[in-house]
Ligand binder design. Structure first.
Ligand SMILES: [Cu+2]
Length: 286
């Protein structure tokens, strides 16, 4: 009776090891490919404005680049550790210089840094661009609240600490913001906009928001500005253009105008009671 053929001997040891390595690598690789259907956010969210989305995509690009570089470094380290581990007492062949390899590991990182720098520049330029726009909001931060004035209209929103105000803006419209502070340094931050700017006394910081979806979004002061800093909230309500026009029109009646004037007076009274250099606000700007 013929004896069953034995599996080939010798080389199999090595191929069996590789099979094991391949099998171990297959699972995480499959998970990566399957989850690759949607690019992960790496802890960030896309937000609702044009610039929040481009900042989010930049973050994704940076994160993916970091993952690829990290994976490559770890793979090379593991390969070197396994392939060239100590196998006996003999000294391995010693090499000196490998010009092509040295050129590659100098040039490639430089190219990566330039690529990331160029992408950042494009996104930053978009975020700081101030295109022509019809809707302007003068945002004044003070201890510890916000005032939103809409130049050329009667609209004025004022609120502090537990009565946080709501800034209303139209969707798919470039909204120009003039941001300043009446007392100390505050921070204008809306999470859904992936955006933050200093509100500085004596300085008007300008930027443009273009919200692409409607909704109410939470905002807060991000600079420790005093006792009630933790209560310095506001909301941004993004509505359709027609709803925005209706909202602005609600300020065109005597009682709303009186309320706005009272709010303005309150802000100015607060300013007068504090630091001497505080500016008085008028309805149409500083
Ligand atoms: Cu503040």
């Amino acid at each position: 009776m013929p004896t069953p053929a034995l599996p080939p001997q010798g080389a199999p040891d090595r191929s069996r090891r590789w099979r094991r390595v391949r099998r171990a690598a297959a699972l995480p690789l499959a998970a990566l490919v399957l989850s690759g259907c949607t690019v992960p956010g790496f802890g960030a969210s896309a937000g609702v404005t044009e610039s929040s989305k481009s900042a989010f995509h930049l973050w994704q690009g940076f994160s993916i680049s970091a993952v690829i570089v990290g994976a490559l470094v770890v793979a090379l380290m593991v390969y070197a550790m396994l392939r060239y581990r100590r196998k006996g007492d003999h000294i391995p062949v010693q090499h000196q210089y490998h010009l092509p390899l040295e050129v590659i590991y100098t040039v490639v990182p430089i190219l990566i840094v330039f690529g990331l720098f160029a992408a950042t520049l494009v996104v930053e330029n978009k975020a700081t661009a101030n295109p022509q726009t019809n809707v302007v909001v003068n945002v004044n931060a003070f201890q510890w609240g916000w005032q939103f004035l809409y130049p050329g209209t009667n609209a004025l929103v004022y609120g502090q600490t537990t009565q946080s105000p709501t800034m209303e803006i139209p969707v798919n419209t470039n909204v120009h913001i003039n941001l300043t502070s009446t007392d100390v340094i505050h921070g204008f931050y809306v999470h859904a906009f992936n955006f933050s700017r200093y509100a500085l006394p004596g300085v008007v910081n300008q930027f443009t928001i273009r919200a692409q979806s409607t909704g109410t979004f939470f905002g807060q002061c991000t600079q420790l500005c005093g006792l009630y800093h933790s209560l310095m909230f506001f909301q941004v309500k993004v509505v359709s253009a027609s709803d925005y026009a209706k909202w602005v029109a609600t300020f065109n009646n005597p009682s709303a105008i009186a309320a706005a004037a009272a709010a303005l007076k309150t802000t100015n009274a607060e300013l007068a009671s504090g630091v001497a250099s505080k500016t008085t606000y008028t309805k149409y700007g500083r």
